[in-house]
Structure formats: structure tokens, C-alpha cells
Design a protein around this ligand. Structure first.
Ligand code: ZN
Length: 311
């Protein structure tokens, strides 16, 4: 009767979302929100970013949030790390997986982390060495950001994306996904670049992280699914964007993404009603913040029945 989920929805709201809004969500509210996401069936959450609190006060409680998330059985607890120092803090906090953004755009890389792309590849190598030393069970993803275009330099060469994905894997990352940081991707491009990256690094090609800046977020996720991608980053209520990519707002809305897959018969393991209910603690923790999503607005269609994969 039941089957395993066929796609993995990786919720990034507590990191990508919260670090992009002005307000800081109080820690207890964050923990309630993460509990509600977990209760809906989400089994991978990017819960925090290990950056200096001076830069991102929203993430100052990263260690505490990780500690709580680690108490939820079966949850993969992920954290973003911008560099070796962040990786060390995340590994010490006990996360299961770290993700390091590496920009395909030379201009974005300098603006975002003040390092060239080549220097970031070397950072991946150093982080891999550290992890082998102190936490060899922890997985490392190096996600290629600005993989589909950059607000600073414009077009990003596809050859650069493919080269960088190969380089971070060679440097020790377990997987490399592609991020449409600036919301510039289109479905034909998504198919083409994911196909090329898969040809380069095979099943080490990781998640699709799409933005809905121009309304193509779901279409781009579907295009990625069509060429074999099975992990998708999204954010409850579409919270977040990228503070270093001006005008780039709007992660793909988790509720709409889960609805799309479930309606197609592709199992996510996530209960849509409970997922929509997880908006309440988000709203309570960030009063006045706009929440997005067509499915929560419209409600589930009449007669829509979800056979949950994890029951
Ligand atoms: Zn994002």
C-alpha cells in the first residue's frame, strides 16, 4: 500500500528564508516552525547558516537550532557554511550535512564571499580534509549558485557551470546541485545544464534550487525532474531570496511544489494539509511578513486525495 517517497523536498526556509528577511525570528518560534515542518513529513531541513552573527544576526542561534533539530528522528539536519570556519562550527554543532555555495559567476563570487571561484574550490578541499578529520560521516554538498545567470555579470557560461561542478566534486564534495540564485532560469536551459552536469559528475549531481522571481520556479523544477533530478530545495510560503543578488526574491513555494508532485502521482512523503498548517507558526514568528503560495490560497481541489508514502 505504501511506497517510499520518489522525490526529496529539502526545506530551506529556516535558513534561506529567514536570512533574507529584515526581522529576526525569535529562537522558540524557529523551533516551533521546524517542528511543524517535520510533522508534515519533511525529512530534510536546512536549519541554519554558520556565519558571523555580526553579518547575519538572524542566524546567531544556529547552534541552538541545530541542537533542537537533531532531536527529531529521521530528519537530515543541514546547515549552510560559507567557508572553513563556518564548516568547523557546523561540524562541531553536529549537523548531518553541510552545504557550501560556490558561485559560477566570477562577479557574484567576489561580491558574496570575497573569493574567486578557484579559491572556493580550494575551500571545498580544506573543508573536506577537516570533515574527514573530525566528522567523516557528515555529507558535504557544494551547490553551484548563479548557475543560470547573474544580476551582476549577466549571462553565466554553461561551460563554467559544468567545470565548477566537476571541480568541487574533484575537491571532495559528495554532491553538487544547481541554484537559480537570481531567478533567471528557463526550463530549456534547466534541462540542458542539468544534462551536461550529470554527464560530467553522474549521480553526484544534487538538488535543484529554483527561484520564482519571474514565475518559472515550478516549470524549472519540473524540467529538472524530467532530466532525472530527484531533490528539490524550496521554502515554505516562498520565504527568502538572496541578499547579494538585488531583486532576486522568492524561493519556490514548498506547498505548491509538493502539490504539483503529489497531483502528478510523484510521492513526496509530505502531508499537504499539515504542510499548510506549518504556515501558522511561521506567521506567528514573523508578524507582518508576506507569505506566498497559490495552493494555500486556493485550498486543495475538491476530491483531492493524498495517499501518503510514509504512512
Ligand atoms: Zn534560494
Amino acid at each position: 500500500m505504501s511506497s517510499n517517497p520518489q522525490v526529496l523536498i529539502s526545506e530551506v526556509g529556516p535558513r534561506d528564508g529567514l536570512q533574507s528577511v529584515k526581522a529576526t525570528m525569535p529562537t522558540p518560534a524557529k523551533l516551533s516552525w521546524i517542528d511543524a515542518l517535520y510533522a508534515s513529513g519533511i525529512r530534510e531541513i536546512e536549519v541554519a547558516s554558520f556565519v558571523p552573527p555580526k553579518l547575519l544576526p538572524q542566524m546567531a542561534d544556529a547552534t541552538e537550532v541545530v541542537r533542537h533539530a537533531l532531536t527529531l528522528p529521521g530528519l537530515t539536519v543541514m546547515a549552510l557554511v560559507p567557508n572553513l570556519r563556518g564548516a568547523e562550527a557546523a561540524l562541531k554543532a553536529g549537523v548531518h550535512k553541510i552545504t557550501l555555495p560556490v558561485s559560477a559567476s566570477a562577479a557574484h563570487s567576489l561580491a558574496n564571499v570575497r573569493k574567486t571561484r578557484e579559491e572556493m574550490v580550494e575551500e571545498v578541499r580544506r573543508i573536506d580534509a577537516l570533515r574527514r578529520d573530525i566528522a567523516p560521516h557528515v555529507k558535504m554538498e557544494a551547490g553551484i549558485s548563479t548557475a543560470f545567470g547573474c544580476t551582476l555579470q549577466g549571462a553565466v557560461a554553461e561551460d563554467d557551470v559544468v567545470w565548477l561542478a566537476g571541480a568541487v566534486i574533484e575537491a571532495g564534495a559528495d554532491e553538487s546541485g544547481l541554484s537559480d540564485t537570481t531567478g533567471m532560469a528557463n526550463p530549456a536551459q534547466v534541462r540542458r545544464i542539468f544534462n551536461r552536469v550529470r554527464a560530467e559528475i553522474g549521480d553526484k549531481a544534487g538538488a535543484a534550487h529554483m527561484h520564482n522571481t519571474r514565475g518559472l520556479g515550478l516549470a524549472n523544477c519540473l524540467a529538472a525532474y524530467d532530466v532525472g533530478v530527484r531533490t528539490f530545495d524550496s521554502s515554505l510560503a516562498g520565504l527568502g531570496g538572496c541578499p547579494y543578488a538585488p531583486g532576486a526574491s522568492g524561493n519556490v513555494v514548498t506547498e505548491d511544489l509538493v502539490f504539483m508532485f503529489e497531483a502528478m502521482g510523484v510521492k513526496t512523503g509530505i502531508d499537504l494539509n499539515k504542510l499548510i498548517a506549518a504556515r501558522a507558526p511561521l506567521m506567528a514568528g514573523l508578524p507582518g511578513e508576506p507569505l506566498y503560495g497559490m495552493t494555500p490560497e486556493s485550498g486543495l481541489p475538491k476530491g483531492f486525495v493524498q495517499e501518503l508514502a510514509y504512512v
